[in-house]
Design a protein around this ligand. Structure first.
Ligand SMILES: Nc1ncnc2c1ncn2[C@@H]1O[C@H](COP(=O)(O)OP(=O)(O)O)[C@@H](O)[C@H]1O
Ligand SMILES: [Mg+2]
Length: 378
């Protein structure tokens, strides 16, 4: 989920409430159901009664978001169940009336009343996904506009859970699972970066652990709605995304934003690597590197505060793996790994020693060594 922050008056958050995006060092993902705004569908902690964006009285999730289930989209896709939601879209599993198989349909949240910048975001996601072809990025099957429900895009339906859900369900990832995630996400990032695309919203909610029919887990990178095209594609004389949007908006999620994103400075591939460093920190420790009461404080910390050592909360972490995470979190892009491929290679080189230390720690904790990848319950 992303938020837009007004860079000219940084105390003011333009779009989405901080509750939706902030995940502190002691995240409270469990507990009572979160109230939801019936208009913009932002969710809030239990106890909040009104939406901070549009002042609507909040309701229970079931009262607000399930209206579309059972309905048809573009006369072709029947929405069966909601499988996910972010700030800009609700995602439904859907059946096509003629084609066999199941699909995922992402509906632009504000339906037929979509604001121009939301429509622009939608169009950007469609055009960028067409350029990033990787087994670790979900392709678009179709997209369009439904007169009653608004803009939608259709993708293959994934089965499993996103990384945020996985971390909430079972806590930090075991090293073999984490390493698979590093392998697959760096492959997706390398492919995007080579196509001149910077994702700009790398976070656990946008990383999906997909279980295929044979039980194998493949990690997929989702949600290119904030992505930026660094240069027009070869042969295309059109302006790059940079020329289309002004520099006044800071885009991203405060808990994973790079310092250069916070400061509205130019971003490149290394900004995604910083955000992925935050993801790795959380996947290893169950905690975010920075904690704050507000989005603005949190963004300040991304720029100025040194991160804690992840080994404080992850005792088995080898020195070399810890160094990689801390290098990714360097404030200056030139001090980070310079590409996703460099990160992948450095991780692979440090892995044997890391696995050795992890295995010893597992043996010490319990006589059963965990080696398989965990799957979510059906
Ligand atoms: N193809 C898919 N199959 C299954 N679930 C999906 C799929 N795409 C997205 N989701 C779920 O929906 C959530 C929101 O999707 P996302 O594309 O990130 O929307 P937003 O742009 O609103 O953040 C994801 O975190 C994921 O859990
Ligand atoms: Mg998302």
């Amino acid at each position: 989920m992303a938020m837009a922050v007004n860079a000219q008056s940084p105390g003011k958050l333009d779009l989405w409430p901080t509750y939706v995006t902030l995940r502190g060092r002691r995240p409270a993902r469990f507990g009572r159901p979160m109230p939801v705004c019936p208009l913009c569908e932002a969710s809030y902690p239990a106890g909040v009664r009104f939406c901070g964006v549009d002042g609507q009285a909040l309701g229970k999730i079931s009262e607000t978001i399930d209206k579309l289930i059972g309905s048809r989209l573009g006369d072709a896709y029947e929405l069966t169940v909601q499988v996910g939601r972010g700030a800009f879209g609700a995602v439904y599993a859907a059946r096509h009336v003629q084609t066999p198989g199941e699909f995922a349909v992402k509906l632009l949240r504000s339906g037929t009343q979509a604001a121009p910048e939301q429509v622009a975001r939608f169009r950007r996601e469609v055009s960028i996904l067409a350029k990033v072809i990787s087994p670790h990025v979900v392709p678009i099957v179709q997209y369009g506009h439904d007169a009653g429900k608004g803009y939608y895009l259709v993708m293959p339906l994934l089965s499993g859970e996103n990384l945020a859900e996985r971390l909430a369900r079972k806590g930090p990832l075991p090293l073999p699972e984490l390493s698979k995630m590093v392998d697959h996400v760096t492959a997706a990032l390398q492919c995007a970066h080579q196509a001149g695309v910077i994702h700009r919203d790398i976070k656990p909610e946008n990383i999906y652990l997909h279980t295929s029919d044979d039980g194998q887990i493949t990690v997929k990178l989702l949600d290119f709605g904030l992505a930026k095209l660094l240069r027009p594609p070869q042969g295309d004389q059109g302006p790059s995304e940079d020329l289309q949007t002004g520099p006044t908006q800071v885009l991203g999620s405060p808990s994973t934003m790079s310092p250069e994103q916070v400061l509205s400075q130019p971003v490149d591939a290394r900004s995604d690597l910083y955000s992925f460093g935050v993801v790795l920190f959380e996947a290893l420790t169950g905690q975010l590197p920075f904690d704050a009461e507000s989005a603005v404080q949190l963004m300040r910390k991304q720029v100025y505060d040194p991160p804690p050592r992840p080994s404080e909360d992850c005792p088995w972490l080898s020195e070399d793996l810890e160094k990689i995470v801390l290098d990714l979190l360097a404030k200056r892009p030139s001090l980070r790994p310079q590409s996703a491929e460099e990160l992948r290679q450095t991780w692979q080189a440090a892995l044997p020693m890391g696995l050795e230390k992890w295995r010893r720690h597992q043996l010490h904790r319990s006589p059963t060594v965990v080696t398989g990848l965990d799957k979510p319950p059906k």
